[in-house]
Design a protein around this ligand. Sequence first.
Ligand code: FAD
Length: 405
Amino acid sequence: MEEIKSIDIAIIGAGVAGSSAALELCKLGFRDRFILFEREARVASTSRHCNHHGFGILEFKKPLKGLEYATELEIRLQKKGVNFKLKHSLTKIDGDILTFSTPNGEVQYRAKKILFAMGAREGTRASLELGGGRSPNIINTGALQRFTYIQKRRPFKKAIVIGSDIVAFSALMTAKKAGIEIVGMVEEQSEIKSFSLLKPAVELFKQIPIFTSAKDLIIHTEGKEVKSVEFKFGNENKNIECDGVIISGNFTPESSLLQQYFKEFNTQNRSLDIRQNFQAQNENIFLAGNVIRGALSAYKCYFEGQKVAREIAKLLDSKQSSKFIKIETNFKFDWLYPSLVDISAAKKSLCNIRFKEPTKGVLKAYLNGRMMLQKEIDAKAYSTVEVAWINIDVKEDDSLVLKLE
Ligand SMILES: Cc1cc2nc3c(=O)[nH]c(=O)nc-3n(C[C@H](O)[C@H](O)[C@H](O)COP(=O)(O)OP(=O)(O)OC[C@H]3O[C@@H](n4cnc5c(N)ncnc54)[C@H](O)[C@@H]3O)c2cc1C
């Protein structure tokens, strides 16, 4: 293996968040102090495969398809002269030494600051615990995109979408492009996991029924063919004929490497804990985009990338170290971030909590056992609740506990 090269900043993942962080670092005059690493052959591989609208308005002030959005990012990175290394897949993290697998073998870099921006991956049928038979015609949205836009092939004619987050609605657009009839969308939760207005809009304009609170889903197959999807819908037993199933969403952060190499990995959040400025417990590590918590819209990841770049630029040459405390909870959540409160910036900070189930109650925050904030919540499943720490003053060793009562 070649000798270890030293760099100031390593950005892992040239998706939306990583690329926007790179562009912001250029704007701040740090162009020659970082390398952007990407495992695929092109940047922005996730949005590149979304050849439908839904991107770009807030970041680039123009409506773009995913592929156009990825191209826009790529052109901007090239124009700025960003040093990006494609086909570099991070495989090992040993303190500040990063090992990448490349077509020419392994290479290693030592970085002062590391930004992880590896995105999220779609859940599998196993992670959804769906019953029934097996078939190659049970696929996720990413695979549907590959069939449609890359292989230019229609995998099936008539399908059911299981799931209802933003990516499930993206599957509807891809299916239309592929000429696949969608005969229903099925969600186990009582509400769809995306913007609530999408349900009436899709039912009215696309004539696709959306079944929420669907229970006991079974995919019926014969040999390798999908025949129908059966589920309980209220008192009815629905059995909808189809020859394909698109399993969508249920995203989880692309964080298996973080889990492998960081003992402080937070299994409930399925990622590393971060502070308000996206810095992890280890001061040299930062996170941005969907690797923090699973899938959000691209524009949110883009703006996170910019913010974290400003933080890294500020802290790169600083010797100051700052302390944090970790928020403890007595309840289950899908995600909670930032889950660390940086002491130096505790006063106006926020934390976002997403529950998997509809959740009602009073959320109370206790600082060293004394209640300092309460908030009534009535949250739909998969909606985000914000907790604002107004005028909070914390010291190292303080205990900050959030309780749902
Ligand atoms: C099917 C689908 C449809 C979507 N539709 C929309 C939509 O219509 N509108 C919208 O706003 N958003 C949409 N999104 C969401 C949007 O694409 C994401 O929010 C955005 O891409 C997240 O940005 P990110 O930088 O966090 O992750 P990504 O853009 O996924 O980037 C992560 C990058 O890290 C790289 N990487 C991962 N591991 C490694 C490693 N070990 N080494 C090196 N590189 C690595 C990946 O190859 C990838 O390029 C959709 C997503 C999907 C999957």
